[in-house]
Ligand binder design. Structure first.
Ligand code: SF4
Length: 291
């Protein structure tokens, strides 16, 4: 496969066959995100996609999941998406799940009937960036959706047959907005009730100054312990049950897993102990963190 690099996928899609049905991200404006800045967004033609699917089918590879890249494959028109999903089903009848990243606006712009037809055709999991539940932060980062729209997009996806995996970025509001980031993110999660929740840690590298400027100069990065405090403060306010929770992304200092709110006390205990004695905690060294 000749992928158009860079190529990103969620950690849980590590063993999935990836087809790039779009290149880049149709939004591509989030201030903290540099994933697709080198790419001009476009939707690939159905003939090129069909050729790739048929090529892979001839190779006899084994896989049971397919991930549709790049940044928001759900932006594709419903008819075309249904064609792609039909090609996948016909060529790989053994595939158990197809998934993709989706922006809140991709979901809100489609009707419930369209979304239902897409989930019925096999696209079962949507990875949706919440980033933060705080409207001030969402506006500053130019997410393109406020907390009410993000909440409704997750609820609508669930109503129409999708599993939803939401991501939040620790440190997005910096020290200056950490309290509102945690409080409002927990509120959004309680309202939207995604099936999965992953917390990632902000990594800006050489773009730190640019990001600070875009947040009006009022932003300073969190240290490792402060990011653990954010994890704790987000999960302590989540009261809904049955959310599969992970901090296994490469950007995180401490990998955690559990179900919230069921495992909340156990996770908070681990976090409190790491916050009090970080020197004894298995925190990932800076040089091992990455995207
Ligand atoms: S919508 Fe997602 S991929 Fe696109 S710019 Fe924002 S964070 Fe990056």
């Amino acid at each position: 496969m000749n992928y158009d690099m860079p190529l990103y996928r969620p950690p849980s899609e590590a063993y999935s066959m990836i087809f790039q049905v779009t290149l880049g991200c149709s939004h591509n404006r989030c201030k903290f995100c540099y994933m697709y800045k080198t790419k001009r967004f476009r939707i690939r033609g159905i003939d090129a996609i069909r050729k790739e699917i048929e090529y892979v089918a001839k190779q006899g590879y084994e896989f049971d999941k397919v991930f549709l890249a790049d940044g928001d494959a759900l932006v594709i028109k419903t008819d075309t998406m249904l064609q792609i999903l039909r090609l996948i089903r016909d060529n790989f009848p053994f595939v158990k799940r197809v998934s993709a990243y989706a922006n809140p606006s991709n979901i809100l712009l489609k009707s419930e009937e369209e979304l239902k037809s897409i989930s019925d055709a096999g696209l079962r999991m949507l990875y949706i960036g919440i980033e933060s539940g705080d409207d001030e932060i969402l506006k500053l980062i130019d997410k393109g959706a406020d907390s009410a729209e993000i909440t409704e997009s997750i609820k609508k996806a669930k109503r129409t047959g999708f599993q939803t995996s939401a991501t939040v970025i620790l440190g997005l509001g910096g020290r200056e907005r950490t309290v509102q980031h945690c409080r409002n993110t927990a509120r959004l999660v309680n309202e939207a009730h995604p099936d999965y929740l992953s917390l990632l840690t902000l990594m800006l590298g050489p773009f730190e100054d640019e990001y600070r400027k875009s947040l009006g100069g009022r932003w300073s990065p969190l240290g490792p312990v402060e990011t653990l405090v954010e994890i704790r403060d987000i999960i302590k306010d989540i009261s809904v049950k049955g959310i599969v929770f992970r901090t296994n992304h490469a950007s995180n200092y401490l990998p955690l897993k559990g179900t919230i709110s069921e495992d909340k006390n156990r996770l908070i205990k681990i976090l409190n102990s790491a916050i009090e004695r970080p020197e004894d905690a298995p925190l990932k060294p800076e040089f091992l963190r990455g995207l």
